[in-house]
Design a protein around this ligand. Structure first.
Ligand code: ZN
Length: 511
C-alpha cells in the first residue's frame, strides 16, 4: 500500500486514485524567461521518479508539466534583449528540455504551453465571472476572494492576505487579496483578444485551465515546490473548485526547496516567479537563484554528469530541504563509484553487462520461503525494505540506502565464494538474480540507465594519474627544471585539464 503526504490534510494518506488503475499528475513547470538552474530540476526529477514507481506498481500514469510562456518576466526580458517574447520562450524551453534529458527525466506525457490554451483560459475566466467568483474592471479580470468561503484551506492563510504586484492595477481591485485572472495589455505588450479587451492571462488561471483540459476537472496528484503553496496553488484550487463545484485534486504534494550549503553558500533567496510570490520567500528556505551561487546548470551537468546530479537529489527525501553543495555532489560521485565497480566486477565474472539487463516493468511478489540460499533471502529482504521505503511517501533517501546495502551484500557474496576465480552454477545464478534485482530497483530511480561517461574525469584511475603528474611537476620545479614543469602544465591544459596551485597544495580541475 502506497501512502502519500497530502498538504491539504497535513498527513499521510493511503493512495487511492480517483479512477481505478489510473493516475493523473500535474506539476507546475517553468516560466521560460531565462536558463534553468539546478533548483528547477528538483520537482521534475522527483515526479519522474514518482511516475516510474507508480507505473512499476501497476498504475497507468499521465504526467503533465506546463510551460509558462507568457508572463511579466518574459515581457521584461523581451525588452532587455530586444527580441520577441516567443523567441525567448522558445530558446529557454529548449534549454529546459535539454536539461531534463541530461538528468534522465523522460516520463512526461504532456507539456502544454499557456499561449496554446488562451481560448480555454478565457472560457474559464468567463465561467468564473458568470458564477459570481470574478469581476472585470477596465480590461482586467480579478478573482473575488471574498466570494470563496473556502479560500485559504490549502495554505491555511486567511482570505485577507494581500497579493499581487500592487501598482495601478491593484487600485482597481475590490480587495487587496483579490488576484488577476486576466491582465489588460499595456502599449506594446503581447496580447490576445478577449471579451474584456486585449490582454493576457494571469499565471494561476493557466494551470487551472490546462490541468482541466488534459486531466479533467478532478485529478489525483498536483505537485510543485513548497514555495508554490501560496499563492499559486491556493489560487489554482480556488479557481477550479469555484468553477466546478468539486475537489480539484486528491493529493497535493510539495517538494522541499534547495538551499546552498558548504563553501558555496552564497545563493540569492529571491523568488524567480512573479512578484506575487516574493512575500512567501521569507517563510521558505533560501532558494537557489537563477543568477547566483550554483552557477549554470549546463556547467554543472558538464562537470558532474546528469546521473550524479540526479542521484544527489534523490538521496534526500523529497519533502526535506536539499542542501546543495559542490562537496555534496562530489560525495554522490564517490558513492556512485561503488556501483560502477560492482558492475565491472559482474561483467568480469559473467561476461554480461549490467546495462544490458532488462529492468522489470512491474512489481512482483516473491515467495521468500522458496529461496533456498541465504544470500538470496538477504537480497529479498533488501528488496522489500526498498519497496517499503518507496511505499512510504516515496522515500527515495531510504531507498538509495537499500541500494547501497544491496551492493555490499553482493560484493560480500562474490568475495566469500571467490567468484572472480569462477564458481558453481548455483552461485552464478544467485549472483545473476541479485544483480537483476539491483537493476530493477535502480531503474525506478532512473539511474544506471546508460554506462557512465568517464569524460567527467572523476574516476579513480584519472585521479591516480593526475596525482602522479602533479608530483612529477613538483619534482621538476624543485630541481629548477622549469621547462619540463611548464610542459606538464601546458600539455594538460591542451587536453582540457587545469592545474591549480593553491595554498594547501596543487589541485586540478577539468576546463
Ligand atoms: Zn501551476
Amino acid at each position: 500500500m502506497i501512502r502519500v503526504y497530502n498538504t491539504l490534510s497535513k498527513q499521510k494518506e493511503e493512495f487511492q486514485p480517483l479512477q481505478e488503475g489510473k493516475v493523473g499528475i500535474y506539476l507546475c513547470g517553468p516560466t521560460v524567461y531565462d536558463k534553468s538552474h539546478i533548483g528547477h530540476m528538483v520537482g521534475p526529477i522527483i515526479f519522474d521518479t514518482i511516475k516510474r514507481y507508480l507505473s512499476y506498481s501497476g498504475y497507468e500514469v499521465t504526467w503533465v508539466v506546463n510551460i509558462t510562456d507568457v508572463d511579466d518576466k518574459l515581457i521584461v526580458k523581451s525588452r532587455e534583449r530586444n527580441l520577441p517574447m516567443d523567441a525567448i520562450a522558445a530558446e529557454m524551453t529548449a534549454d529546459y528540455l535539454g536539461n531534463l534529458a541530461a538528468l534522465g527525466v523522460d516520463q512526461i506525457d504532456h507539456m502544454p504551453k499557456a499561449t496554446e490554451h488562451i481560448g480555454d483560459i478565457i472560457q474559464f475566466t468567463q465561467d468564473l465571472i458568470d458564477k459570481g467568483f470574478a469581476y472585470a474592471v477596465d480590461g482586467d479580470v480579478f478573482f473575488d476572494v471574498a466570494a470563496d468561503q473556502q479560500y485559504g484551506k490549502l495554505s491555511n492563510r486567511s482570505a485577507d492576505t494581500a497579493q499581487g504586484e500592487g501598482g495601478e492595477a491593484a487600485s482597481r481591485k475590490k480587495s487587496a487579496s483579490d488576484f488577476a485572472l486576466w491582465k489588460a495589455a499595456k502599449e506594446g505588450e503581447p496580447s490576445w483578444d478577449s471579451p474584456w479587451g486585449k490582454g493576457r492571462p494571469g499565471w494561476h488561471i493557466e494551470c487551472s485551465a490546462m490541468s482541466r483540459g488534459i486531466l479533467g476537472e478532478s485529478f489525483d496528484i498536483h505537485g510543485g515546490g513548497l514555495d508554490l503553496v501560496f499563492p499559486h496553488h491556493e489560487n489554482e484550487l480556488a479557481q477550479s473548485e469555484c468553477c466546478h463545484g468539486k475537489p480539484m485534486v486528491k493529493y497535493w504534494m510539495h517538494n522541499g526547496l534547495m538551499r546552498a550549503g558548504g563553501a558555496s553558500g552564497k545563493v540569492g533567496g529571491r523568488s524567480d516567479r512573479d512578484g506575487e510570490e516574493t512575500e512567501t520567500q521569507a517563510t521558505v528556505e533560501t532558494k537557489i537563484s537563477r543568477s547566483k551561487g550554483a552557477g549554470g546548470l549546463a556547467d554543472l551537468i558538464e562537470t558532474h554528469g546528469g546521473e550524479r546530479i540526479r542521484f544527489f537529489l534523490l538521496r534526500t527525501h523529497y519533502r526535506s530541504t536539499i542542501v546543495f553543495s559542490e562537496e555534496g555532489l562530489q560525495e554522490a560521485g564517490t558513492a556512485l563509484e561503488s556501483f560502477y565497480r560492482l558492475f565491472e566486477r559482474y561483467q568480469r565474472i559473467t561476461g554480461n553487462s549490467f546495462y544490458e539487463l532488462t529492468p522489470a516493468v512491474q512489481r512482483q511478489a516473491i515467495d521468500s520461503d522458496t529461496l533456498e540460499c541465504e544470500f538470496l533471502r538477504e537480497i529479498e529482504a533488501l528488496r522489500l525494505s526498498y519497496l517499503g521505503h518507496m511505499d512510504d511517501d516515496f522515500n527515495t533517501g531510504g531507498a538509495t540506502s537499500d541500494l547501497f546495502d544491496l551492493v555490499r551484500s553482493i560484493n560480500r557474496f562474490i568475495d566469500q565464494h571467490d567468484l572472480e576465480q569462477g564458481g558453481t552454477v548455483e552461485q552464478q545464478e544467485a549472483l545473476d538474480a541479485a544483480v537483476q534485482t539491483l537493476r530493477n530497483l535502480s531503474a525506478i530511480l532512473g539511474i544506471f540507465v546508460t554506462p557512465p561517461a568517464n569524460a567527467c574525469g572523476n574516476d579513480e584511475l584519472t585521479d591516480q594519474l593526475m596525482e602522479l603528474m602533479i608530483a612529477l611537476r613538483a619534482e621538476a620545479r624543485a630541481s629548477k627544471n622549469f621547462e619540463i614543469a611548464d610542459r606538464i602544465r601546458d600539455g594538460l591544459a591542451a587536453i582540457g585539464i587545469t592545474i591549480e596551485d593553491r595554498k594547501d597544495g596543487t589541485g586540478w580541475r577539468l576546463g
